[in-house]
Design a protein around this ligand. Structure first.
Ligand code: GAR
Length: 199
């Protein structure tokens, strides 16, 4: 059984896709040990509670320094003894110590086809604003392993999504979630849980 911690910051629709995948059996051999948010107001925490999953907030606002927050975040993750840490819309730089401790065992979903529209400053709606500003006709989402850089780790899965005439960033964001993110993140977890990825 793959024990996972899901780290979130906001609405948690990717978390919901994982919860639904486990319930429907499209993700097998997997248990969500905990949902961890850096943001007290994240609706993702509600989703966790509604599904009987331990939900914890570790907010940088509650710590005197970034280093102390980073240690608290790592301690919290470690307390759930995960085999895999899943960043599902987690908008915090993962501390270097955590990357070391969970080398090749942290994955992230990013809402573009890496290496386009990724790296520092590209998160959430900003990614889709940039894609539309550049005029790309195809975008998508990427699941990758987290390393010391921002969106630089090995790519595991990608799915393309067409841009349509008249798309706004919000409309495009929703289509990328529906057609790509909510499919490839659960798929990656199922593959890892069943020895088909990150062996
Ligand atoms: C998702 O689109 C995810 O890909 C993105 O934040 C959103 C979170 O939505 N992540 C990043 O931009 C990371 N660089 P959710 O809370 O509804 O899952």
């Amino acid at each position: 059984m793959l024990n996972i911690c899901v780290c979130v910051s906001g609405g948690g629709t990717n978390l919901q896709a994982i919860i639904d995948g486990i319930a429907k059996g499209t993700i097998t051999n997997t248990k969500i040990a905990a949902v961890i948010s850096n943001n007290k107001g994240a609706y993702a925490l509600e989703r966790a509670k509604q599904n009987g999953i331990p939900a914890v907030c570790v907010s940088p606002k509650d710590y005197e320094s970034r280093d102390i927050f980073n240690d608290a975040l790592l301690d919290t993750v470690k307390s759930f003894q995960p085999d895999l840490v899943v960043l599902a819309g987690f908008l915090v730089n993962v501390p270097g110590k955590m990357v070391q401790e969970y080398k090749n065992r942290i994955i992230n979903i990013h809402p573009s086809l890496i290496p386009s529209f990724c790296g520092v400053g590209y998160y959430g709606l900003k990614v889709h604003e940039a894609a539309l500003a550049r005029g790309v006709k195809v975008t998508g989402a990427t699941v990758h392993v987290v390393d010391d850089g921002t969106d630089t780790g090995p790519i595991l899965l990608q799915k393309a999504v067409c841009v349509q005439e008249g798309d706004t960033p919000k409309v495009l964001q929703q289509r990328v979630m529906e057609e790509a993110e909510w499919k490839i993140l659960p798929m990656a977890i199922d593959m890892i849980a069943n020895g088909k990825l990150l062996k």
